[in-house]
Design a protein around this ligand. Sequence first.
Ligand SMILES: C[S@@+](CC[C@H](N)C(=O)[O-])C[C@H]1O[C@@H](n2cnc3c(N)ncnc32)[C@H](O)[C@@H]1O
Length: 363
Amino acid sequence: MPTRPKVPPQRLVRAIDRVRAGLSRLHRSSAPGNIALLELATGAWTTAALYTAARLGIADQLASGPRHANDVAARIGVDPDGVYRLMRALTSRGVLRQRPDGSFALTRVGDALRSGVDGSLRDMVLFIGHPIRWADWGNLEHSVRTGRTAFAELHGRPFFDYLDGDPEFATVFNNAMTATSGLADEVALGAYDFTGCKLVVDVGGGHGSVLSTILRSAPEARGVLYDLPSVVADAGPTFDAAGVADRASVTGGSFMDSVPDGGDAYVMKNIIHDWSDDDAVRILRNIRTAIAPGGRLVLLEMVLPERANSFIGLMLDLEMLVTAGGRERTRGEYANLLSRSGFRLTRVIDTITPMSIVEAEPV
Ligand SMILES: C[S@@+](CC[C@H](N)C(=O)[O-])C[C@H]1O[C@@H](n2cnc3c(N)ncnc32)[C@H](O)[C@@H]1O
C-alpha cells in the first residue's frame, strides 16, 4: 500500500499560521514604520541573493557540512570576496549560519535551497529570480494601471505562447512547477480520496508530478496527462520515478480546444488561476463536454479569503496580474465560474498547505 506522509492536524497548522502572522505583525510594529518599510522594500535584494546562491550551487557545497567561503569559492571557481559577501548576506536573512570559526552552515531554510532533496525549492527560486521575471515585476505598475499583463507588453506575446519559443526559459518554468509539487502535493492531495476513480485526467498537468501522486494513492486508477505537446513530451522520467508509468499515458493538445474524453475525475492544479474569467469558462466547458456521467472535477487552487489578511495567495494574485493574466479567486468567484460552465461547486476542502481543493460535479 502507498504510504501517506505524516501530517499534523489542520487545526494545529492553522493555529501555527495565526501565531506566525501575529509574530510578523509584532516584529514590524516593534520597529519604527519607516524601518519596517525598508525591510519590506529590500525583499528584492533577498530574491537576488537567493537566486545567485541557487545558480552557484552554494547550498549543495554545504550539504556535507560547514565550509569557509574561500573553500566554497575555490570549489565553484568564483571570486572569494564575492562569495564571502553573498554568504554573509544570506546569513542575515536566516538562510545560512556563521559559526565561531568563521565557516558557514546551512539552516533549515538553506537546506531547501539544495538540489535533489525532498522539498527542495531551488528550481522555484531559479524561476522567481530569473532576469525575465525582474522585468515583469518591474512593470507591475503597467498591469495595475491597465489591468493587462506586463509580460505581454514586454515580450509581445502571452506567457504560455512565449514559453513555446524559448525552450531555456520553458525548462526553468516547468522545473519550478515540478518543484512546488513535491511534498506539498502529496500533503494537499492526501486530503482527497481518489480511490474508486477509473480514469483520472490531469488537465494542464505539466510534467506529470500531480498525476503521479494521485496514481500512487489510487492503485486501481489509470491516468492521462494532458498539456501542450512540447510539455508532455518530457513527462516520462516523472512517471518512471513514481513507478506509475504502466498506468499513465500522455496526450498533447490545447485545453482551449478540447480535453481527453471519458475521465471520471478531471484534475487541474494551478490552471484556472492563470486565466481570465472568460478563458477559464472556456476550459471548464471543454471539460464539461468530455467528463463521464457522474464524474468529478477537482481543482487545486489557493482560495482567497473574503477579507485581506496575511495569506500568500494575495501576493500570488499579483503574479497572475503581471504574468499570465489570470487571478486568484474567492470561493464565491469559483462557484460563479463553475455555474457558468455547467458545474455545481460541491465543496471546498482546506488543506494544511495554502492550497484548497475545490470539488464540483456536472449539472
Ligand atoms: C501553472 S502551470 C501548472 C502545471 C501543473 N498543473 C502543476 O501544478 O505543477 C500551468 C500549465 O498549463 C499548461 N498550459 C498552458 N496553456 C495550455 C493550453 N492551452 N493547453 C494545455 N495546457 C496548457 C502549461 O504548459 C503548464 O504546464
